[in-house]
Design a protein around this ligand. Structure first.
Ligand code: NPQ
Ligand code: MG
Length: 369
C-alpha cells in the first residue's frame, strides 16, 4: 500500500445544546478530518483538538499547522510504512498527540479497509457492544440539570457524569443523587478546576457514593492527586494527566489514580491507547474510554477500543444524538444503553458525502511524491 496524498478537511458542526465545562462553554465543533489516499483506497482520521487550547495545549489551527509543516511531510519522506510505525516516524516532533493520533488513525483505517478487517477485531475488542455513559455539562440551574439528566436516564444511558467546578459541585451532585437514587452510576469531572488545598471541600462529595472523581487537579500535579486520594473516599480518576502508557504506569505506581480515562487523542493514537489499556489491565486498574465530542468517525474508533477487556467501566461513548442533530456517518444509536461496535472493514462506518460537503469549511491537499 502506497500513500499518494493526505487531505486536511475542516468541518463545522453545531452542537445540539451548549456544552459547559470548568474551562468554558462550547456551542459548535470545529473539527479537522484527515483523509489518507493510497493505491488501495482511502482512510479517515479525526483530530480531537478543540478550537482553543483550553483542555490541553493543542488547538485545531495548531494541529493543522504541525501536520502540514512537519508530520505529513515526515510520513511522506519515510517511504512505505504500516500503521504501527507511524508513531515512530512522527516521534522526532515533540508533543502534538492529537495531530499525531489523527494521522495514525487515517493510515490504520486505510490499511484495515484494504485488508477487510475491522478496527474492533484489529485492536482486540471482545464484545459486540459497549455500555454508554453520558457527560452532562454545567447548567444555569439545578432544575435545568435535573431535566437534562432525566432525559438521558430515560434514553437508557447507564452512567451519568456531571461536569463540576468550584461553585457547581456539592449541590448538583446532591440533587442528582437524591432525585435518581443510590443505584444510578454517578461520577464527576472537574477538568483540573481545583487545587490540593480544596481537598477538604472535595471530601464533602464522599457521602454521595460516586464511581469516581475525574481530574480534580492540574495535569502536572500527579503527586497532588496521590495526596488527595489519601484524603477523600471517592476514587480518583485521571484524564488530562495521562499522556502515554509510561505516564499511566507512573501515575498508578505513585498512587495518583485508582481508575484511568483513556482518550486516544490525548496519548497520541489508538495503538498507544491500547498500551495504556494494557498497563491498566496488568495493574488491576479499571479503565474507560473518554470522549471529545467526536463525529461518527472518531466515535467508531472509540467504540471499537472500548470493546477491549480492560474497559470495565462505562465510557463517554454516547450516541451521536448526544452532540449532533445529524452526524457525518450512519449515526451511533443507543440500544438498551449500549452502542454497537462496528464490524465492517476499518472504522466500519459510511460517510454521508453530501452532508460532509455541506459542512466543509476548508480543504487542503498534500501530495506525496
Ligand atoms: C473530558 N469530554 O472528559 C472531555 C472534555 C471536553 C465528553 O466530557 C468540545 C470539544 C468541547 C471537546 C468539552 C467530555 C469539549 C471537548 C469537554 C472535550 O474531560
Ligand atoms: Mg475528563
Amino acid at each position: 500500500m502506497k500513500i499518494t496524498g493526505v487531505e486536511l478537511r475542516r468541518v463545522g458542526l453545531p452542537l445540539v445544546a451548549p456544552f459547559e465545562t470548568s474551562f468554558g462553554s462550547q456551542t459548535d465543533r470545529d473539527i479537522l478530518l484527515l483523509r489518507v489516499v493510497t493505491t488501495d483506497g482511502e482512510g479517515w482520521g479525526e483530530c480531537v483538538a478543540m478550537s482553543a487550547p483550553v483542555y490541553s495545549p493543542e488547538y485545531v489551527d495548531g494541529a493543522a499547522d504541525v501536520l502540514r509543516r512537519f508530520l505529513v511531510p515526515a510520513l511522506a519522506a519515510a517511504g512505505p510504512v504500516e500503521a504501527p510505525q507511524v508513531a515512530q516516524v512522527l516521534a522526532p516532533y515533540h508533543g502534538h498527540p492529537m495531530a499525531k493520533a489523527a494521522l495514525e488513525m487515517a493510515v490504520l483505517d486505510a490499511e484495515l479497509r484494504a485488508s477487510g478487517m475491522s478496527f474492533g477485531s484489529y485492536l482486540g475488542a471482545v464484545v459486540p457492544s459497549v455500555p454508554a455513559g453520558v457527560s452532562v455539562g454545567i447548567m444555569r440551574s439545578i432544575d435545568e440539570l435535573l431535566a437534562a439528566v432525566e432525559g438521558y436516564v430515560a434514553e437508557g444511558y447507564v452512567r451519568i457524569k456531571l461536569k463540576i467546578k468550584p461553585g457547581w459541585d456539592l449541590e448538583p451532585v446532591r440533587a442528582v443523587r437524591e432525585r435518581f437514587g443510590d443505584d444510578l452510576l454517578l461520577q464527576v469531572d472537574a477538568n483540573t478546576a481545583y487545587r490540593i488545598g480544596d481537598a477538604r471541600h472535595l471530601a464533602q462529595l464522599d457521602p454521595f457514593d460516586l464511581v469516581l472523581m475525574e481530574q480534580p487537579l492540574p495535569e502536572d500535579d500527579v503527586r497532588g492527586h496521590a495526596v488527595l486520594a489519601g484524603l477523600i473516599k471517592t476514587p480518583v480518576c485521571l484524564d488530562e494527566s495521562i499522556t502515554s502508557a509510561r505516564s499511566a504506569a507512573d501515575a498508578i505506581a505513585l498512587g495518583a489514580c485508582a481508575i484511568v480515562n483513556i482518550k486516544p487523542g490525548r496519548v497520541g493514537g489508538y495503538l498507544e491507547a491500547r498500551r495504556v489499556h494494557d498497563v491498566c489491565l496488568a495493574n488491576g486498574i479499571p479503565a474507560w474510554c473518554g470522549g471529545m465530542l467526536e463525529t461518527g468517525i472518531g466515535r467508531a474508533a472509540n467504540v471499537a477500543l472500548a470493546g477491549l477487556p480492560g474497559f470495565t467501566l462505562p465510557g463517554d461513548t454516547s450516541a451521536s444524538s448526544r452532540y449532533y442533530a445529524r452526524d457525518i456517518t450512519t449515526p451511533f444509536v443507543l440500544d438498551k444503553g449500549h452502542v454497537a461496535v462496528p464490524t465492517g472493514p476499518g472504522l466500519g462506518v459510511d460517510l454521508d458525502q453530501e452532508f460532509l460537503a455541506e459542512i466543509t469549511t476548508a480543504t487542503e491537499w498534500i501530495r506525496f511524491s
